[in-house]
Ligand binder design. Structure first.
Ligand SMILES: Cc1cc2nc3c(=O)[nH]c(=O)nc-3n(C[C@H](O)[C@H](O)[C@H](O)COP(=O)(O)OP(=O)(O)OC[C@H]3O[C@@H](n4cnc5c(N)ncnc54)[C@H](O)[C@@H]3O)c2cc1C
Length: 394
């Protein structure tokens, strides 16, 4: 089949699947920008598992469908456009590929099936209070004692670890002259004695991130992935996977559609110059078209066996900035109805904002939480550094 026809046919299948199988209440919450519970996310993941799409890009021998990068992009874009939840990536997209690429046979047998079945929840323990952009500065130590490591240190900003059974973690197993050396990649059971999770409430009033304290946590040596001291290369492999899908064009398509419906159906409480506002919408629409064209061209030509190039950084910058511009414009249209915000409004089953349109609180939450999109996954300043180094040699 002609490749464009095949791409459109796959998109149609994803669309049909979402229309038919996405749990209605979960979709309603996503479209209203409400907070999703663990169970909301799991219901979507389990339904995908039933269709064989939960890890479509994994090799067949590990339970995947060997999707091409293009199929993976189309799936993410179309499902999010239709109101599917963001596919929380820590198990399927991050640690799964590290385990099947670098892990032992026993690790593959133990950890991959529960990831595919969404029976175990994973979290990413990379960042520390003194190590974010400068990740190699991490200080959490793992000291070998007999058949286990003793891990002590602190992780921070750990997303959804409050729901996690396991956390993959970067730890320092030796002091070397280069900070990138001597780092190892450990799998930590969250029920281990010495693990404490403390919530951090973000400015949307929701519980997405946490601090994790590790106090002499015993981790069996069989839970180290690959070689001791080589964790930096596995971490980089994982980070390159993190940025492949970072443009989140499906989400921007959904949010821009939402803004246009709002403009068509609700008088503005904040916009004075309507013509200027319409121009702003058109400019965002053009940026979205350009970004989609860029992502599609990249996904069509990408060799999945190679790490992504600077294109991934460009997608991260453009995608996150566009998301923020759309949510800012939505709040500008809402005007004074976007001033009052009670997080209780976004924890319910459906949008019921007391002021302005019913889903005003969801729009405010999207704006507040969206401030983080230019920080996580490698901040946009760091992405610009990567581009300038690669393209300009700076
Ligand atoms: C909502 C959210 C969820 C997250 N989830 C996770 C998670 O699940 N697991 C995890 O491990 N981490 C997670 N993080 C952490 C995230 O990866 C870090 O916040 C990010 O890497 C930035 O590090 P930092 O916060 O330490 O900021 P810093 O590195 O201290 O940076 C502060 C500022 O300085 C700028 N800056 C730093 N270095 C440079 C430079 N060389 N050149 C130019 N500018 C620079 C940065 O861009 C930023 O603006 C999450 C963060 C957020 C906000």
């Amino acid at each position: 089949m002609d490749s464009l026809l095949a791409e459109n046919e796959f998109r149609r299948q994803v669309h049909e699947y979402c229309e038919r199988e996405l749990p209605r209440d979960v979709r309603r919450k996503v479209l209203g920008n409400l907070f999703l519970t663990k169970e909301d996310n799991l219901r979507f993941l389990r339904s995908l598992a039933g269709r064989g799409w939960v890890a479509g890009h994994w090799p067949r021998e590990y339970g995947g469908a060997e999707w091409t990068p293009l199929q993976r992009f189309v799936f993410e874009e179309e499902s999010m456009r239709c109101g599917a939840p963001w596919l929380i990536p820590f198990g399927v997209n991050y640690v799964g590929p590290v385990i099947y690429t670098f892990g032992s046979a026993a690790q593959k047998a133990r950890f991959l099936p529960p990831i595919l079945a969404s029976e175990e929840w994973w979290a990413q323990g990379y960042s520390e209070p003194g190590a974010g952009s400068d990740l190699a500065g991490l200080k959490t130590r793992a000291v070998r004692r007999g058949d286990h490591y003793v891990v002590t240190g602190q992780k921070i900003w750990t997303s959804y670890v409050q729901w996690a059974d396991w956390m993959f973690c970067l730890v320092r197993t030796s002091e070397e002259s280069r900070p990138q050396q001597g780092i190892s990649f450990l799998l930590i059971d969250m029920t281990s004695p010495g693990v404490t999770v403390r919530p951090i409430k973000t400015m949307d009033g929701c519980h997405h991130v946490n601090e994790v304290f590790l106090d002499e946590v015993k981790v069996p040596i069989e839970n180290i992935v690959g070689e001791e001291g080589k964790g930096w290369s596995y971490a980089k492999f994982l980070l390159s996977n993190e940025r492949i899908l970072s443009a989140e064009t499906g989400r921007s398509m959904r949010q821009l559609g939402h803004l246009k419906a709002l403009v068509a159906g609700t008088p503005s409480d904040g916009v004075v110059d309507r013509a200027a506002f319409d121009r702003r919408i058109v400019q965002m629409e053009l940026k979205l078209h350009a970004l989609r064209a860029f992502c599609l061209a990249y996904a069509r030509s990408m060799d999945p066996s190679q790490p992504p190039g600077v294109e991934a950084s460009i997608m991260k910058i453009r995608g996150s900035e566009l998301q923020q511009q759309i949510s800012e414009a939505t709040l500008d249209w809402l005007g004074s109805s976007a001033i009052a915000y009670d997080p209780a409004d976004v924890h319910g089953e459906q949008a019921t904002s007391p002021v302005g349109p019913a889903d005003a609180s969801g729009a405010i939450r999207e704006y507040l939480h969206g401030r983080a999109s230019t920080i996580y996954g490698g901040s946009n300043e760091i992405q610009r550094n990567i581009i300038s180094k690669a393209e300009l040699g700076l």
